[in-house]
Structures are given as C-alpha cells and as structure tokens.
Design a protein around this ligand. Structure first.
Ligand SMILES: Cc1cc2nc3c(=O)[nH]c(=O)nc-3n(C[C@H](O)[C@H](O)[C@H](O)COP(=O)(O)OP(=O)(O)OC[C@H]3O[C@@H](n4cnc5c(N)ncnc54)[C@H](O)[C@@H]3O)c2cc1C
Length: 477
C-alpha cells in the first residue's frame, strides 16, 4: 500500500498497517516527516510547523492510546490545572471549574452554570440542532452584560477549534465540550511535537516502510473505479515513477486528493472522482478555487490562524495548561510549553506560543493586531523581556485544520481502495490530533467493520471530576 503524506495521520496509518504485516511506502514532499506536527530548532527554541506542542486530551486521549498500542515511546505532561485566564489585566489560575467563579463573579458564574448544564446535561433540542454557536449564545447571554463569560466561550472556540462562533454548529460544540471534560486535561509532549513524530518515523522505518522524502505524489491512478497506484516525482531530479498498489491512503486532505486523482477518458471515471468527498461549506471570506478541467469549482473550507512564538526572560504562565485571554482583541490563548520540557527553549529563557483566529485576508492587519494584544498583555515587558521569535499564519494548503470542526468527511472515497486520513476526517467531538488518531481508527473500522477499532468514550462520570480538579490519568496510561 502507499501512504501519501508523512504527517501524523500518514505516519500513524503506516504504523498500523505495518503491524498488520503489510508492505508500506510513504511518499512525502518535504525533506522531513511530521507535517504540521513537528518543529525546527530556531535560536535554540523548538519552533513548531503547526501545533503548539499540545495534545488536546493529554495522556487520556485517543492519540496517546494509539501510541501506547503501537509501542511508540512518548511522554506527555498533562496540565495540572483547568486553565488560567487573563482577565481585567491579571492572570487568574483555575484548578477546577468551580474556581471560574473568581473569573466571572457571582452573576456571570450563575449564567455559566446554567449554560453549562444546558450543554452537558441534555441533548440539543430540534431548534438548537441547526443553530450556529453564536446564534445559540446570543439567545442566552449578551456580550455587553456578560463580557467575561462571552469572551470565555469565544476564546475557547478560537483557541481549540480555530473557528469563529459563526462557523461551527452548536451540536458540534456540545460534542467537543463533552469530550474535553470526559477525557481530561490537555498535555504537552516531552521533547515537543518533533519528538513524537520523530519516534513514529523511527518506528515505521524500523518496521520496514519505504519512506520517500522530497517526493511529490503528482497523480493517483485508477482503473475501472479502483485505485491502482500513485505517480511520484522526485523533487531533486524530476524523475517520475509509478508505485503500484491496491490501497492508497491519502493524508493530504480531501481537496488535494481530488486534484490528484487522474481522470482517464470515460464518464464512469469522472463519476468516481465526483464521488470523492468534498470539504464544504464555504466559511466567510474563503475563496473558491478551481480544481482543473475534470472538476467543478469547489470551495475550500479550512480553519486558519496566526501563531506567535515568543521568548521570555521570566516565566509568565506558572502551569502546564492554557492561559485563555479574555481581555485581548485577537489573541485567544497562550501556552508556555517550556514549563513541561525545558529543552523547548534556550537556556535561561521560556518559550511562549500565542494563537489567534485569522479574521481577514490581510496578514499585516492580523500581525499588527497580535502585536497590539501582546502590548496589552505584557505592557513594557513586551519588546524588552519578552521578544517575538516568529510570527506565522496558517491557511490555504497549510491550515490549522483542513476541515472546519463538524464539517469533516469519511475515510472511504468514491474510488475503491482510496482512503483518507488526517484532520479533515475527524469524527464529531474530536479536535486536532485527537481527531487525526480517530481518523485512523475510522479507517480501520471502514476496513474491518464498524466500531472494531474506534474506542468508546470515557464514562460521563469522569467529567464531574473537573468540579474539583483535573481528572486523573486512565488506568494503564
Ligand atoms: C498554528 C497551529 C496550531 C495548532 N495547534 C495544535 C495543537 O496544539 N494541538 C493539536 O492537537 N493540533 C494542533 N494543530 C493541528 C495539528 O497540527 C494538525 O491537525 C495535524 O498536525 C494534522 O496532521 P495531518 O496528518 O492531518 O496533516 P499534515 O500534518 O498536514 O500532513 C500532510 C503531509 O502531506 C504532505 N503532502 C501534501 N501534499 C503532498 C503530495 N502531493 N505528495 C506528498 N506529500 C504531500 C505534506 O507535506 C504533509 O507533511 C495546530 C495547527 C496549526 C497550524
């Protein structure tokens, strides 16, 4: 079989199929594996290609479970707090949900409890099923009357999902929130995301995978509606080869996969391509892109964001979790991954990473908004004790998420033997790399039968542990 792309989804798929005794070739266009879940050393810091070194559900999550099952060495530093909040010019640390009363004050906290109960203790009603998150919130609270509470819901959505309140449906928020509470605290990977995908790379290469870096898949070949292989071009020489395989797993997202499918003459083949899942609908302001002669125009639905790496002389966040920012214009949250592993920052420094939603196409406006927020958060320390290391935007072919939360597609395509994995194949309620791991489980379910691999969710009772502190790791973690 051939895996297109050595991102986390491609590497996990390769490891799973090697374990089944299959021959696996992985084709990756870049000089390194890991995709958006790896890092480069820059000025002594681990600057990530995407992720903020964080696993959304930490040791308890589905990615950690899959790594354990595959025997991939790793260590995750779970957050020891619920989160902290930058609000009214200072940071408030909440070990548990009840401590949010100190962030919101009594009236807004009572509203928080009422909304939380509606979200978590009952199913969405028929009228709520079609509402966007903003519509649902606006019918219950007002930004003017409850500014901190409104900002809380908004910033968690921006940081965790990289989508605006208008871009995600309320039922998906319910599923995601339930999972966040059931699984437990997020965690930072020891050594950062490069260490994790580095171990996976070692595992698949030792397991016999043929890993071809700096090779582009330029076409997916099919015969009579069944995949027959991929055409691969070496970046350095331009040489092309055909890798024949009855199974091809694409880690490059549904839209890029559609573009790669070669359409020989014949209506039947065109129909197969048309049956490939389309990542739709179109979020505000996204452009329609033409896929070429064989395809109708179709929009791209991705979650985009802007991330800033900072080095600080002093520790800013005194825990391993997320500091949500309720008094900024754009920055939704900040993490300090060097709290979990000192090697992520140069000696004597602390690594901070901020994340915000891209609200428009003008990158300079977004960057200036980030700088303004950094001045708001850190005052005169910004530019002196706290310096920007990198500032990068993620959209188009390198987004935060290839499908908006809740707009994902299934692993099976209209072409026999061609499957999709990755963060456009997240099942409902699973965000980011937890969704990538679940996409691989979903692929295995597609091949072996429903729910043979996708584990059941942790019991609801675990969610209540958050009232006092983060839930402990699962037994066996
Ligand atoms: C700013 C930012 C912050 C994030 N923070 C977090 C976080 O803290 N926690 C978290 O869980 N997730 C986070 N994410 C999301 C997470 O990084 C991604 O969901 C995950 O890495 C996606 O993995 P993937 O395997 O689906 O795709 P990718 O990592 O994109 O892998 C696809 C691979 O395919 C290769 N490829 C593409 N086309 C071809 C071709 N034609 N031929 C050969 N190879 C090809 C690419 O080079 C790439 O290596 C963040 C993302 C961003 C951008």
């Amino acid at each position: 079989m051939v895996v297109i792309g050595a991102g986390l989804g491609g590497l996990l798929s390769a490891a799973q199929f090697l374990r089944r005794g299959q021959r696996v070739a992985i084709v990756e266009r870049l000089a390194h594996p890991g995709g958006r879940f790896t890092a480069k050393t820059f000025h002594g810091a681990q600057v990530s290609t995407g992720a903020v070194h964080m696993l959304p559900f930490g040791t308890n999550g589905e990615l950690a479970a899959m790594l354990r099952a595959l025997g991939v060495p790793h260590h995750i530093h779970d957050s020891e707090v619920f989160a902290s909040f930058h609000v009214r010019g200072r940071q408030v640390i909440c070990r548990s949900v009840l401590q949010l009363a100190g962030v919101f004050g009594p009236r807004q906290f009572a509203e928080f409890v009422r909304l939380g109960a509606a979200m978590l203790l009952r199913q969405p009603r028929p009228d709520e099923r079609t509402q966007t998150y903003r519509e649902w919130l606006d019918r219950r609270i007002s930004r003017n009357a409850s500014p901190e509470l409104y900002a809380y819901f908004e910033r968690v959505c921006h940081f965790a999902l990289s989508v605006g309140l208008d871009d995600v449906r309320y039922p998906e928020i319910v599923e995601t929130t339930k999972n966040m509470f059931r699984y437990g605290a997020p965690g930072i990977v020891d050594g950062g995301c490069a260490a994790l995908t580095g171990e996976l790379e070692r595992r698949v290469v030792e397991g016999g995978a043929d890993l071809r870096l700096q090779h582009d898949v330029v076409a997916i070949e099919q015969t009579s509606g069944a995949v027959s292989g991929v055409r691969v071009r070496a970046r350095q020489t331009g040489d092309e080869v055909l890798l024949r395989a009855p199974i091809v797993i694409s880690n490059v997202g549904p839209w890029a996969t559609r573009r790669l499918v070669a359409v020989p003459a014949g209506v039947a083949s065109r129909a197969n391509v048309a049956a490939l899942p389309q990542p739709i609908p179109l979020p505000r302001g996204e452009q329609t892109t033409d896929a070429g002669d064989a395809e109708p125009s179709a929009p791209r639905a991705v979650a985009s964001g802007l991330k800033v790496h900072l080095l600080s002389d002093e520790s800013i966040i005194p825990h391993r979790g997320i500091m949500y920012c309720l008094d900024t214009e754009r920055i939704a949250g900040v993490v300090q991954p060097s709290n979990s592993d000192r090697r992520l920052a140069p000696p004597g420094k602390h690594l901070l990473i901020t994340h915000q939603l891209m609200r428009g196409d003008d990158v300079n406006v977004e960057r200036e908004a980030a700088r303004a927020d950094l001045r708001r958060l850190f005052g005169n320390d910004f530019g002196t004790k706290i310096q920007i290391l990198t500032m990068s935007q993620y959209r188009g072919e390198w987004p935060v998420n290839r499908a908006m939360q809740g707009e994902d597609v299934a692993p099976a395509t209209g072409i026999t033997g061609l499957y999709l994995v990755g963060d456009a194949v997240k099942p409902s309620g699973y965000l980011m790399v937890e969704g990538v791991a679940q996409s691989v489980n979903a692929l295995l379910d597609t091949l072996d039968g429903p729910e043979t691999h996708t584990p059941s969710r942790p019991p609801k009772s675990r969610a209540f542990r958050w009232l006092v502190a983060p839930p402990p790791p699962h037994p066996g973690s």
